[in-house]
Structure formats: C-alpha cells, structure tokens
Design a binder for this molecule. Structure first.
Ligand code: AMP
Length: 437
C-alpha cells in the first residue's frame, strides 16, 4: 500500500514524502479514504500508531478544496485534553500543510489571550484547542463556531477522565448540525461510546489492536527497590549504563523538583516539566529536550500523552502511574512508529497495587532485574495477574492514602516471590551509602 493510492492531493503527498513517510500505517490506510468520502469516524488508536496524520491528512485535503477563511471563524476544530497535545498536533499539521494555503493555530490556556484573538482576526482555517480556553474565547466573542465543517475529538477517553464532559457538551451545542465528526480514543469504553452517540452519525469504526504492526516495540523491565533508594538507583543506572536521552515520569510536582536536584548532586544534569511551571517554560523545556539540549527530563503526567519525541530511546517510571492506561501512554512515548524503545520502572512496595493492575492489563509479568546494592528490604511480591480493583475509584489512591494502606497481596493466589527473603540475606544496612539525601 502506498500513500498515492489513498486519494490525497499532490501537495500533501509531497509534504509526507519530504517528511520521509513511505507507507501509511494501518490506521492511516483505513481512515484516510473513509474521511475523504465524508464519513463520520470512531477510531480506537493510541499515540504512536500514526493517528494524527490519519485524521489530519484527509482533513487538510478536504479543507484545501475551497478557500473561505473569515475573521473569527474556523472551518475545522480539533479538541484535545492537554496543551502539549494541542501544540504537538499543530506542529504536525504545519508540516503536512506546508504546500497548502491553510492557516492553523493552537488555542490553549496558560498563555495570553490577546495574541490568540489577533490571530483569529487575521483568519484561520484550523483551530486546535483545549476545551477551557476555547470556551473562554467563545464567551469573549473572539471566536464563532457556526461555520465548523469538521470536528475532531482527540483522546476522547482522556477528555472524559479529565472531567471535560460539560465543556464538550457546551462546545457541541454551538456547532452547526451539518458537519463531519471524527472521534479518536485510546479505548472505546462504554463512556466514550455514550459520548459518541450524542454527536457522531452512523460512523465507520476502526480499531487498531495491539496485534497490528504498529505495536509499540518497547522492551519493558523493572527493578524493585525501597522508596528511599530510588534516586540513588536511578543515578546508578544512568551512570553505569551511560544512558542518554530519557523521559522520567514521577508522581508529584514537588517530587519532580526534588529529583532534579538529587540527580544534579550526583553530576547528572536534568530539568523538569510539571503543572507548576508556566506554559512558556514548559514549552521551552520540552523544545530543549526534543532538540537534545536536555538529556534527562523529569515529568509529571502532563506529558504522558501526545508528546512525540523522535527516537526517544527510553522512558523511566520513577513512580508507577495510578492506572494501567497511563502506564501504556507513558511507555508509548518511546518505541514510536516502529522504532525500538526501552521502558524501565522503579517499583517499591507501595507500588504493588498499581503493578498488579498494570501487569493484569498487559496480561504478563514485566521482567525484573536485580542490582545487588539495591535489593529491597520491603520485597515487592509477584503480581496477581487477574487483579481487578474493587471499584475504579479505589485504584486512584492519593499519596497519603497509599501511605496509610499498604498493599495486601493474597497469599494463596500470589505464588512465591522469587525475590522473597533475598533482602534479609544481605543483613544489616547495606543501603546507607546510597540513601537519599
Ligand atoms: P502519532 O501516533 O500521530 O503521534 O504519530 C507517531 C509518530 O509516527 C510521529 O512521529 C509521526 O511523525 C510518525 N508517523 C506517522 N505516520 C507515519 C508514517 N506513515 N510513516 C512514518 N512515520 C509516521
């Protein structure tokens, strides 16, 4: 299959050739002809499968057929859950549309309103927005949505998780009836389908399952370690293995800042990105990381989704995320578009419930590696693979809650940990020299 068979116009084919795309990914081969035909679409696909080009290329093709740019109106609206994802999509669309007369802008919070308003007055075709900022702009009469021809809801599952449902309804009410709708989501859960029913009409449905060739090629492994030794272990792994560019995920903003200084004390230069830093700073740090000027980037989940860093070799879970979907999104930052990647997790005893949930979802145990100096005193048992959280809410435990409720593995189902007892063999306190300062 080649791109030229999908019905895209010459300027788009030229742009994708210049980007080095040779063959369409599976979601692109399926979705592009359907979108060009004008069908609504419901697609289950994760980042890393080429989903952005899958909706953006036909969207650009259709918009470029006529030119009707008007101040304060837009013709295509792409809604995303995070600012980072909106900026990422804007960057991709600018690359794909470089030989077309199409104007694209991102409309995200955390930056001044005025430049965005001015840009709308100059006239844009495509707006990529986070819901909150878009609604602000609508209320301020800076943008009108009555001429939207195409709507894309990207990462719909994440939008719902982040509580954007009312904002989405509010936006949908302002759109004209006659338009094409595309909904993309990592999973087509019941909630996502219920949302889709409210605005997607007789959609074609596409599902890119994990068995497809775009399957993330990520070598996953973990080290069990006491919480107090995590930063020492991380420094050890980085220095011993001479690791280069790595994205390090951590649970809290405070933890991110602390880890940067702990790494720096050990001679490892790092920077951080989290919700307490200004949007301008987040953009700058991310751009520097993408350009290779920053080698180690410590991040909270603000960048778990959407961020596309070419040939990122490694993702490190300093803390496990609070759910398997976030784990999959995090490790999806590496091993993208067929490249190989590595995902390393540092797992302590209080991560056990999250580990069970993640390994249950993956359907397999993640390989463990041991490092003599870092054998945990609190052994992390082998997961219960059929672990199901009692209810969706209890799996998202707050820091304090997690501290006060240690995991209780079921002894009968758990099996014997191959690591059980190993820590006690070490005796004494061999961790002293590594303990976090
Ligand atoms: P996405 O899933 O949209 O985030 O895309 C993941 C990565 O794949 C991005 O770096 C894209 O530039 C790249 N990509 C998308 N489509 C193709 C393709 N057909 N061939 C090669 N790379 C692609």
């Amino acid at each position: 299959m080649s791109f030229s068979k999908l019905g895209l116009s010459a300027p788009l084919l030229q742009a994708i050739t210049e980007l080095g795309y040779e063959t369409p990914t599976s979601i692109q081969a399926q979705s592009i002809p359907l979108i060009l035909q004008g069908k609504d679409l419901l697609a289950a696909a994760r980042t890393g499968t080429g989903k952005t080009a899958a909706f953006a290329l036909p969207l650009l093709d259709k918009l470029s057929l006529k030119s009707s740019r008007r101040a304060k109106y837009c013709r295509a609206l792409i809604l995303t859950p995070t600012r980072e994802l909106a900026l990422q999509i804007e960057e991709n669309i600018n690359q794909y549309s470089q030989h077309l007369d199409i104007q694209t802008m991102s409309m995200v919070g955390g930056v001044k309103l005025e430049p965005q308003k001015e840009r709308l007055i100059e006239g844009v075709d495509i707006v990529i927005a986070t819901p909150g900022r878009l609604i602000d702009m609508v209320y301020q009469k800076a943008i009108r949505l009555e001429e939207v021809e195409m709507l894309v809801l990207d990462e719909a599952d994440r939008m719902l998780d982040m509580g954007f449902i009312e904002d989405i309804r509010n936006i949908l009410e302002r759109l004209p009836q006659a338009r094409q709708n595309l909904l993309i989501s990592a999973t087509l859960s019941e909630n996502v389908r219920n949302l889709a029913k409210t605005f997607v009409h007789e959609p074609a449905e596409i599902s890119i399952s994990a068995d497809n060739s775009e399957k993330v090629l990520v070598d996953q492994w973990l080290v069990t370690v006491d919480k107090s030794l995590k930063s020492s272990l991380l420094s050890h792994l980085i220095l011993e293995n001479q690791w280069q560019q790595s994205l390090i995920f951590i649970r809290t903003k405070h933890g991110a800042a602390k880890l940067v200084s702990q790494l720096e004390k050990r001679g490892i230069k790092a920077d951080s990105i989290h919700g307490d830093r200004s949007q301008a700073m987040r953009n700058q740090v991310l751009a520097d990381f993408k350009a290779g000027k920053i080698t180690f980037l410590v991040s909270t989940d603000v960048s778990a989704r959407g961020i596309d860093i070419e040939q990122l070799p490694r993702v490190i879970n300093y803390d496990l995320p609070n759910g398997p979907d976030d784990y999959i999104h995090r490790i999806g930052r590496t091993g993208r578009a067929g490249a190989k990647g590595e995902a390393v997790s540092l797992v302590s005893y209080d991560d056990f419930r999250n580990l069970c949930a993640i390994e249950s979802k993956l359907g397999h145990i993640i390989a463990r590696k041991e490092f003599a100096e870092f054998m945990p005193r609190k052994v992390v048992p082998v997961s219960i693979l059929n672990f199901v959280p009692k209810n969706a809410k209890t799996k998202v435990l707050g820091e304090r809650e997690r501290e006060s409720r240690p995991p209780r593995p079921n002894k009968d189902r758990q099996g014997k940990s191959p690591y059980a007892g190993s820590a006690s063999k070490n005796g004494g306190n061999p961790w002293g020299k590594w303990a976090d300062k």
